[in-house]
Design a protein around this ligand. Sequence first.
Ligand code: HGA
Length: 612
Amino acid sequence: MCGIVGYVGAQDAAPILIEGLNRLEYRGYDSAGIAVIQRGQLKVRKVSGRVADLQADLPARFKGAPGIGHTRWATHGEPTVDNAHPHVDSAGRIAVVHNGIIENAEELRAKLQADGVEFTSQTDTETVAHLVAAAFRTGGAEDLEQAVRYALRQVVGAYGIAVVDTEHPDRIVVARNGSPVLLGIGEKEMFVASDVAALVGHTRQVVYLDDGELATITAGGYRTFTLDARSTAKTPSEVDWDVVGAEVGDHAHFLVKEIAEQPRSIERALRGRLDERFNTAHLGGLNLTVREAREFRRVKILGCGSACYAGDLGAQLIEDLARMPATSESASEFRYRNPVVEPDTLYVAVSQSGETVDTLAAVQELQRKGGRVIGIVNVVGSTIARQVDGGIYIHAGPEMSVAATKSFTSTVVAFALLAVHLGRMRDLAPTEGRRILDGLVALPGQIEQILDDEKRTGTIEAVAREIAQRPSVLFIGRRRGWPVAKEGAQKFKEVSYVHAEAYASAELKHGPLALVSPELPTVACVPDDDLHEKNVSTLAEIRARKGPVVALAHRELSAELADRTIVIPQSEPELDPILMSVPLQLLAYHAAVALERDVDRPRNLAKSVTVE
Ligand code: HGA
């Protein structure tokens, strides 16, 4: 969520911070701010709004280093200028940026106020600035490291923080507990960020901090240590980051760019993983011996939002192809319900960012109870990727738009590979393995076709313009179409702000059919499979109540059944959901554009959900 960036070195920090914040803004964007130390003085600039507003507001004389910057997604206090980070102590000596939640903030605030400290914001973060200052005043701290350790020993909660001090103008002290922080190593300069995206163009050498770790960075290097001042040893890693992938290029928005990238992102998910000889999938990163993989009896998938819906499809793929009972559940619920953890269950955690706090907590809970967890993750080196016992990187490339698109389809592709892999160790026939692998290889071309058809006909855009005017839209599907409907509704509501709800088709008559009227359009998944007739009956029931229908199908449906049909290419039935998801992404996109929404940064949301 909130983005953090920091710089120490010979250059002026401000342009580097602004550039970093621009790259991080997708994580949170209700307010932004930076602080630099200029000739021993703290200079702070904050705005309520976007990084572009901050940039426009920045005077040319805003020079100096080190500096820290922040783009916020508010948890405590409205997105006002006062609540924007950095937060400063009363003497104007210490500045702090923070990602996370200080859970005992109220208690700390009361104590500090009793000592005469005056607060200028409603945030939990401001307590940290005052605690660091108090460490010098009354805690006996002599340097910034000591002061930050003193402050954090009093803090309960999650944080990634960066702190500067006018009395120690050669350094930034950072700390991580439950919220990502990484260091970037430059030539006689150092960077800090909450996300590697902020470092693009500066360095590829990074050090990921672990929970409970702190670091001091100076132009000359870094030192890492723990809250009780024990030094820790870190090995830098090399970031393999495609700079071009993070630019919007010729596209109007990242969302439509990322939809269009899916043929390539799926190719990357498949690269090097198709074992033509044995008609199986080669997944080197799972870190499971054949024997271990064979001993699992069940699969349980955990994720949040789109990752959970991709998991629903993953569970069906695994049941279909590996014949192992498999279920998917939202990680945010799982983590709090004292789940029974079984040794013969393979747990799969799904997260695009690899930082999703609820999914991470579920992984940690599972591991505490002896569960074996693998990850399906996009961001290499992210917290979940490092926490799990093995897994599959989807290699979708940077996903900048808040709404997941290419990460969704690539995750389902990863599940198809996992299902074939587990299936071929059990009773999936070689010909069946081959059928799925061939189907996967054909997907990129079929997605091109969907995108080309839309360019030619504009059908989806026309449908989107129509249904965007309605107060609500129903998405329905059966079996594999049901998670597609869930993801379709989610995409639609999050970028268009039009209410959308997904239902399993057969459930309509148990309640929501009462809503059906000429005012409520239904978007229905109607693949040409063994359930086609059932789906047709559902459409007839809606039509009998004069409900408008948009069908997603492999062939044009009659006017009695649907007002509009979006015709898509047919894959293997198990893989059809991947193709069906693409027109629903376009539907959401065009609806958002028609309603002039902030397509890549929908209100109230942020990418990479690192707070509860
Ligand atoms: N609690 C802080 C930081 C919020 C955050 O990390 N969001 O992702 C605030 O409300 O400012």
